[in-house]
Design a protein around this ligand. Structure first.
Ligand SMILES: Nc1ncnc2c1ncn2[C@@H]1O[C@H](COP(=O)(O)OP(=O)(O)OP(=O)(O)O)[C@@H](O)[C@H]1O
Length: 275
């Protein structure tokens, strides 16, 4: 992968991850850079979550390194210090009964609270901001277990955002969300990178969303990184079709140049046109 624009905020170097004796991903190099959105894409089971969790210190890789700010081994930091710099929105999260949304979000500030005094001068403002941008302020007093899947997803995202870390890792943040919130969350992600210089690593199933939001894409297949780089290099018909095992057409939008992704199933309108 070419490294040109910005120094890496979080980098996986030659990472090998798996479970027991089974390798899920080998030789993976991923750069998550300040002010950029890096999307991880690939078929179910290709190792996106395992790789992201390994970069967030939630899974222990078999070998390889995870480096912060170019050269600091992630393991050199205490977990608390690491949590102040890197946060991960995981795919599955507990929703304990009766805990109000406001308290769930506030829990995100835990690494920032003074160890003994328990103070967090920036906490209230960070929590209010995170709840506002994710649209969960109106449900602040409701129990997290009473919410719909999409509402809950936004609460967990607020819990991550209130930490104001310089690296934000998101595992399928648009799952469960209706179209409006999918668009808003991705716009927020883009703003966090563009305006606040946050380094964002994001797992996305929707390849169109990856084309729309990402500066760089890492495509996983066959237990490795099949391709990595700008969307125009990675989101090609050839690479995507190989990674997903179906025909996928890709055409640049005539107006914007952004790639448009068209999976071609046997019964899609496009397949009938081509037949
Ligand atoms: N706790 C675990 N123990 C054993 N194998 C696991 C475990 N978690 C995941 N796997 C396996 O590791 C592989 C990669 O899983 P992972 O969740 O990283 O893939 P993914 O690309 O994120 O998938 P998806 O798109 O379905 O979310 C899969 O084959 C999965 O079955």
């Amino acid at each position: 992968m070419a490294i040109t624009r910005a120094a890496s905020a979080l980098r996986a170097v030659d990472l090998r991850c798996g479970y027991g004796d089974v390798d899920v991903v080998t030789g993976a190099c991923v750069d998550v850079r300040p002010g950029e959105v890096t999307a991880l894409v690939g078929a179910n089971g290709s190792g996106k979550s395992t790789l992201l969790r390994s970069m967030a210190r939630l899974h222990t890789p078999t070998s390889g390194d995870v480096l912060l700010d170019g050269d600091t081994p992630a393991l050199a930091l205490s977990l608390r210090e690491f949590a102040r710099r890197v946060t991960l929105l995981t795919q599955s999260r507990p929703s304990p009964a009766g805990i109000p949304v406001r308290d769930v979000v506030a829990y995100g500030r835990h690494p920032h609270r003074h160890r003994w005094r328990g103070t967090d001068p920036d906490g209230a403002e960070a929590i209010a901001w995170a709840m506002e941008v994710t649209g969960v302020t109106p449900m602040a007093d409701r129990g997290i277990d009473e919410l719909s899947g999409g509402e809950r997803q936004r609460v967990w995202l607020a819990t991550c955002l209130c930490q104001r870390t310089s690296v934000l890792l998101l595992d399928e943040p648009t799952t469960f969300l209706d179209l409006r919130y999918q668009v808003e969350i991705l716009e927020l992600v883009r703003d966090l990178a563009d305006v606040h210089g946050v380094a964002v690593g994001i797992v996305l199933h929707d390849l169109q969303q990856a084309c729309d939001v990402a500066d760089r894409v890492v495509l996983l297949a066959d237990r490795a990184v099949l391709a990595a780089g700008p969307p125009e290099d990675v989101m090609t018909a050839e690479l995507l079709s190989a990674a997903f095992g179906i025909r996928i057409d890709v055409h640049p939008d005539a107006e914007t140049g952004v790639r448009r992704i068209h999976p071609v199933g046997r019964h899609t309108h496009r397949a009938r046109q081509l037949a």
